[in-house]
Ligand binder design. Sequence first.
Ligand code: UD1
Ligand code: UDP
Length: 354
Amino acid sequence: MKILTIIGARPQFIKAASLSREIAKQEGVEEVIVHTGQHFDANMSEVFFTQMQIPKPHYNLAINSLGHGAMTGRMMEEIEKILLTEKPDWLLVYGDTNSTLAGALAAKKLHIKVAHVEAGLRSFNMKMPEEVNRILTDRISDILFCPTQQAIDNLEKEGYKNIEAAVVNIGDIMYDSALFYGALSANTVLTTIPENYILTTVHRAENTDDIQKLKNIFTALDSIHKEFPVVLPLHPRTKKLLEVHGVSTQIHLIEPVGYLEMVSLIKNSKAVITDSGGLQKEAYFFKKQGFTLRDQTEWVELIAAGCNQLIDVLKDDIATIVLRDIDKKLDFSKEIYGDGNTSGRIIEVMQDID
Ligand code: UD1
Ligand code: UDP
């Protein structure tokens, strides 16, 4: 079985690391990795390949820093050429980025089977580019690997029982990565970090591209920083927009870090404030309270479990909510995201269907 994997953005490297490790153990399964180049700074890309021992991509398309149409279109064009040369049995994509949609579309039009890992998630906000990417990718996938029962339910409501595709709940592959790579976490990053800090990330377009939201977030982080140090590895998108809008901040900004450092930062934090999809779950894996800077989330199980709460960046007083709830006692005992063997199950299902 030959699988052609498309990855291009940071969360995909973290997910792909676990599956590539599993594939390497299997006889008769070959993986060809295509890096679209969507993320390209060393600390947004290369560091994950080195630290997590992801095989070197067979192709790097170096397509980035473009509008959605140009980025997706150019990726499709290049991926199509590779598919015609490599003739894989499967095209495998992760999540909801432009790289995901480009890969799935290019393959489907060549009648190559598509497997989508992290299928079925919905925010019900069609203004998010990720929502468009994931709905369209799901619709043309042959196997929809869902991380949660909620994802299965979402697809059932959309009529997937009448669509010829396999829909399976195999747990969350990020949990595999958190367990395996979490055990290797790198504490050196902590030497420059103040104690008792709150770990924060902000990069989602809906927050960074709305000047009022961006200002509200950084004003609130500055207030929280007076009580607990706020540490934020700064995503290049956010960095650019803070500069463009002249927004300054007192919080402890650091460069983006590798996954092993990130896990250390999560494990040693007091709580996590984020708009990242991945980090909402990682906070839970490492038993930290999450505050999500969005008015909806795909990871609703965390809200139901009381371990994460949504904060509306335009309407809510972010700092008051965080400081009010930061010492709440929470229950992290539920196994919401499977048992950490999602990668193994993905291979089994693909071999069964092949
Ligand atoms: C993308 C995904 C988002 C995901 C995020 C993970 C889409 C539509 N969005 O958003 O779902 O949560 O990745 O981090 O696919 N940049 C650099 N260096 C880099 C990477 C990006 O300077 O290594 C700059 C780009 O030039 C661009 C900006 O950051 O100006 C945004 O990059 P882009 O890939 O368009 O989207 P992300 O915000 O990273
Ligand atoms: N991450 C990292 N270094 C950083 C910031 C994030 O390794 O400096 C990891 C984070 O732990 C998570 C993944 O990157 O596993 C998520 O990426 P991001 O927040 O960019 O995207 P999202 O999950 O929102 O799509």
